[in-house]
Design a protein around this ligand. Sequence first.
Ligand code: COA
Length: 257
Amino acid sequence: METVETKIENGIGWIILNRPDKLNAINLKMLEELEEVTKNFEENNDVKIIIFTGNGKAFSAGADISQFKELNSISAWNFAKKGRRVMDYIESVSKPTIAMINGYALGGGLELALACDFRIAAEEASLGLPEINLGIYPGFGGTQRLVRAIGKAKAMELMMTGDRISAKEAERIGLVNKVVSLSSLKEETIKFAGKLMEKSPIALAILKHIILYGNDSPLLDGLNMESLGWGVAFSTEDEKEGVSAFLEKRKAVFKGK
Ligand code: COA
């Protein structure tokens, strides 16, 4: 791969953005490779959790601005649609996803993090959607996902001022789940992933689907999805194991069946 590195270690599929000299700016090639490696990990049974991060001092400083000079309204629209589709795909993956934010998460970089289920950031990280300073605005889903993540007032402030915020401030407004020192970022993220790996992957997948898509539906549809999915969970061996383990006062061992 030209723009991303991957590895699988102890059930974690790592997707590492790898254009450190350009602060992992996302070009078309990176979008294509992100889609491909995410799909490979989704289909690989050895991967239980997917973690996105960046090489060097940035998670990602956003879409590659050097490509913008060549864009006209049609090619810009196509680039935004491509980016959006990749982010939609990443969001839809049935395995839990974590953005491990090691530094700048700006523009498309923050939009990638927003497409993940969880965001764990280093204290040194800086987050924002500065596209407005280029005379444009977020185009990889940020206008919609940020409002859903942190509410309209703060989302409008971030998008319309283009201000960058610290990881601590991002945690305060609910944009990131956890802030840790850069030196412990990997360890803390793996620890968090470990908690998820102890759960039933089927229950997690159904739950994720219902949280994501149920909340974008009318309340009654979301509630119906919840009860239907709850019924489906009772068709799994994992549910039998979870309930038996509780009654037998032992720790459940889920097999994803
Ligand atoms: N697209 C393309 N290249 C980018 C980039 C982006 N989004 N962000 C950074 N780079 C490149 C720089 O052009 C520079 O390349 P060069 O060494 O060939 O000149 C390299 O990455 C390092 O960036 P630099 O600006 O020198 O680092 P810095 O530490 O001084 O500043 C930032 C870091 C993040 C504040 C600054 O790079 C920045 O504002 N980037 C753009 C962020 C943005 O607007 N993102 C939204 C894009 S739609």
